[in-house]
Ligand binder design. Structure first.
Ligand code: IPE
Ligand code: IPE
Ligand code: MG
Length: 246
């Protein structure tokens, strides 16, 4: 049977806030995929998709905050994305640089705590320092925005285990690992949304996603909008999470 489309547009902001609160949606994560295809379909260079995607990203974070979600994580650049052409990589890093500057300027208004997930040294000194500055500047804000940048789930686990070995641990627990991941300040994601029509995690939050609800949409990231976000949240609120119980 075709899925009945929920009339999400008619929901008020209060309805959305209630849905988020009653469903226990504290942490939403986005695999922002489809920028390149969005641009190609318009006969534009892939970089144009990343540029529009950055705006979509800002709007989406604001909506999540309005709905009362306290932790948002976005996959901006993976450890595997270094395989891309130099021109595309440098444009993504330039957009990030602009984004960081705007985040600094808007700090008083937005009150977002920025945390970058991933090893920063690969970003070069200049960008690394800007990321660290933003993290430090916003460290007392309560809404957490994790930006996964040079992030890979396997890389994160290997780094964590090596860190624990270096500390002299002979045996490690699940809590040891969770407490030392890049995401150590956030609860595990309740919901992971992937745009762009691929059904995979692409090395995103491999440890943390053990019991996350997954939601896939064909919508390409630059086209992602409030209706799409509402659909994902409403669908999440109908899922039954059992965590292995009955
Ligand atoms: C996601 O969009 C953004 C990054 C990986 C940086 P893509 O650039 O992967 O877009 P598609 O999947 O090629 O359309
Ligand atoms: C995942 O998208 C990474 C980001 C969204 C940053 P990719 O486009 O890199 O993933 P694959 O290659 O399709 O698996
Ligand atoms: Mg892609």
């Amino acid at each position: 049977m075709p899925k009945k489309d929920t009339a999400v547009s008619s929901l008020t902001l209060e309805d959305m806030r209630r849905t988020v609160s009653q469903s226990g949606l504290r942490h939403i994560a986005f695999i922002m995929d489809g920028n390149g295809r969005w641009a190609r379909r318009r006969a534009l260079p892939r970089e144009a998709g990343h540029s529009v995607g950055t705006k979509t990203f800002k709007k989406t974070v604001t909506l999540c905050r309005d709905y009362g979600i306290t932790t948002v994580t976005t996959y901006a650049f993976s450890t595997e994305n270094w395989k891309r052409p130099e021109k595309e990589i440098s444009e993504i890093m330039r957009l990030l640089d602009v984004y960081i500057k705007e985040a600094e300027d808007d700090n008083e208004k937005n009150k977002i705590r920025y945390i970058f997930l991933g090893e920063k040294s690969r970003l070069g000194d200049e960008l690394r320092e800007k990321c660290e500055y933003l993290e430090n500047l916003t460290k007392d804000n309560t809404l957490v925005l994790n930006i996964a940048l040079n992030y890979g789930g396997r890389d994160e686990i290997v780094r964590t285990v090596n860190k624990l070995i270096a500390e002299g641990k002979k045996e490690i627990t699940e809590d040891d690992i969770s407490a030392n991941l890049f995401t150590r300040l956030s609860p595990d994601p309740d919901l992971i949304v992937r745009t762009g029509g691929e059904y995979r995690l692409s090395n995103f939050l491999m440890w943390q996603s053990a019991y996350s609800e997954l939601y896939f949409t064909d919508c390409l990231w630059p086209d992602y909008n409030e209706t799409e976000l509402r659909r994902a949240i409403v669908e999440f609120s109908k899922r039954q999470r059992r965590f292995g119980g009955v």
